[in-house]
Design a protein around this ligand. Structure first.
Ligand code: ADP
Ligand code: MG
Length: 580
């Protein structure tokens, strides 16, 4: 490298200043679109492209696994409403990254995966070239849009169109097949510059039609026991003030889905967070804002009041009537739809039963007191269980509301979601719609890089295992991330018994005595091993205050946690019923 470069000619001086490659055009196109961060993992054929990305002043965050780089890009997309960008190598790197891009599409997070790809003319003829794979067609069913650049001239247009596709309408993942011929193509610099352009009105928010707004307004005004259901689409849309107006001016209680927690304060006077079943059973009109009536909401039937009327606000018309007929569908961008509804809704025409809100408040008070007892019942517990550990964590996170909370696991996810109140929008990122494991380190990195805020990731030991190596990326980039691992020694818990034909560990068994803190030591993090609630409080306070990469290994009992957490009912057969 530098050793052979004469001192008089700086290494950065280009040999052919009038010429550029497709790789340079890619880096310029990303910069031209305002991309601030690219997440990826380099190798043939994108290594130089990543250096050139840095050369454009874009932060390149290099990972240990593409899936985590993709989770980071997706998280940036969700938190900022601009597409996160993932760069991968061909074949397996592409596939590893595609997992995250598909997950982003399902969750409506805007992101763009740009993958190096071998010459498509050779792929099409199955000539057995290096890392040969039909990536474009593999990606297509899993993303919102897919493009292939076979020529360097196509790159600026592909990047701009990918950006528009990712953020407009229902957001999602977009794929660009960046072929080796396009990346390596040499062009005249001035000609390349001319290809760059600023797309106009890239978000193109659509307004709902007036008849649908009138129908929604009438339905809301007729409600005796209304409620608002907030989903992560509502949080994503960044229309916090409009939602606050709808709640507070019209006195409508709200129930947040897990990633909408904090959009309105979880502990606010109109929060119905603790009254989920009551809302389902008793509400007569529910305004669904940026949420889907999917498995997490019993598909809008069963437990729900059979006479319920749903008003649903969503940008995607195909989301209407998916599982139940929607009484008042409002199709449009969230901001436009809320403005239109708020413009017509008349406080004096609301028909809310005066006992509705007070009854929910009374129920909340009673349930919260019971819950608090559970969290603090065993302050000196050793070993701790999930609840006692969360009893220590809850007040610390709640008194640092600007911390972004990343959360995954089974019991660790369910119990943390229930225990820790959020009070600011877009401060919680979790396993989301697919309820996947393996988003933790990537999402923590994406959140820290995209926002500059402190991040705490609360991870089950199994969940951490999927992405644990990328804790090293947190350390390499010196990010203010604290990773808290709840070690109960297994998937669900650490007391699984193997079938009696084997001396191998049970399928659910992991490592109850593992010292995850030592893994953090390997990368120079500030680390802790804690066994009691007071040790945990002290460690977490110190870690957050340090603003450095920290890892806290929380020793739980192996018997803490139950199979599949709160969704054990989705198992085809309970574990105890399995026969050989
Ligand atoms: P949750 O899991 O919290 O219920 P979902 O991801 O299931 O949330 O639903 C989010 C919904 O929000 C999707 O149907 C999506 O189309 C919608 N959405 C996302 N962004 C917007 C927006 N800007 N305007 C309107 N709807 C949006
Ligand atoms: Mg576990």
């Amino acid at each position: 490298m530098a050793t052979t470069t004469p001192a008089a000619a700086p290494q950065s001086a280009p040999k052919y200043p009038d010429q550029v490659t497709g790789m340079w055009i890619l880096a310029r196109a990303l910069e031209n679109m305002g991309i601030k961060n690219v997440y990826g993992l380099v190798g043939i054929p994108i290594t130089e492209a990543a250096y050139l990305v840095q050369g454009q002043g874009i932060r390149f965050v290099g990972f240990r696994h593409e899936q985590q780089a993709g989770m980071a890009a997706a998280t940036e997309g969700y938190l900022t409403k601009t597409p996160g960008v993932l760069m991968t190598v061909s074949s397996l790197g592409f596939m590893n990254g595609l997992t995250a891009t598909a997950n982003a599409t399902v969750n409506c997070y805007p992101m763009i995966q740009i993958s190096g790809a071998t010459d498509p003319t050779m792929v099409d003829m199955k000539m057995g070239t290096y890392e040969e794979m039909d990536q474009l067609n593999t990606a297509k069913p899993l993303v919102k849009a897919a493009f292939r650049c076979s020529k360097a001239e196509d790159i600026p247009s592909a990047v701009a169109r990918a950006y528009r596709a990712a953020v407009s309408g229902r957001p999602g993942g977009v794929y660009i097949d960046m072929t080796t011929p396009a990346l390596g193509q040499i062009m005249n610099r001035a000609d390349a510059e001319k290809l760059l352009y600023q797309p106009v009105d890239i978000y193109s928010p659509v307004a709902p039609n007036e008849a649908s707004v009138d129908r929604a307004v009438e339905t809301i005004q007729s409600a005796k026991r209304p409620a608002i259901l907030l989903g992560k689409g509502a949080a994503y849309a960044q229309v916090d003030d409009k939602i606050k107006t709808l709640v507070e001016k019209y006195n409508i209680p709200y129930l947040p889905m897990s990633m909408a927690k904090g959009l309105m304060p979880d502990a606010g006077p109109l929060s119905a967070l603790s009254c989920r079943s009551t809302i389902m059973e008793k509400a007569d009109v529910v305004i669904v804002i940026g949420a889907r009536l999917n498995w997490m909401l019993s598909f809008g039937k069963g437990k729900w009041n059979p006479a319920i009327k749903f008003v649903q606000l969503d940008v995607d018309p195909e989301e209407m009537d998916v599982n139940v007929p929607i009484a008042a569908p409002v199709v449009g961008d969230m901001g436009e739809s809320l403005d239109a509804i708020l413009g017509k809704l008349d406080v004096s025409k609301m028909s809310i039963d005066p006992s509705w809100v007070p009854s929910l408040q009374a129920e909340t008070k009673e349930k919260d007191a019971k819950f608090q007892e559970r969290l603090t019942a065993n302050k000196n517990a050793m070993p701790m269980d999930h609840w006692t550990a969360l009893g220590a964590i809850k007040p610390i996170i709640e008194s640092n509301p600007d911390i972004i909370l990343i959360n995954e696991g089974a019991n660790t996810l369910d119990d943390t979601r229930d225990a820790v109140n959020m009070s600011l929008p877009r401060h919680r990122v979790d396993c989301a719609t697919w309820a996947i494991m393996g988003m933790g380190m990537g999402s923590a990195i994406g959140a820290a890089v995209a926002t500059g805020k402190k991040v705490v990731a609360i991870e089950g030991d199994s969940a951490f295992g999927f992405s644990g190596m990328d804790f090293s990326t947190i350390c390499r980039f010196k990010l203010p991330v604290t990773v808290v691992i709840f070690n109960n020694g297994g998937i669900y818990n650490g007391i699984g018994e193997p079938m009696d034909k084997t001396s191998d560990p049970a399928p659910t068994t992991l490592d109850i005595h593992a010292r995850y803190d030592k893994l953090g030591d390997a990368f120079g993090a500030q680390t802790y091993y804690v066994q009691t609630p007071s040790e945990l409080s002290q460690a977490l306070n110190e870690a957050i205050a340090s603003g450095k990469p920290c890892l806290i290994d929380v020793q739980l009992g192996a018997d803490s946690g139950k199979e599949s957490g709160h969704i054990g009912y989705l198992n085809p057969a309970p574990l105890q019923d399995i026969t050989v």
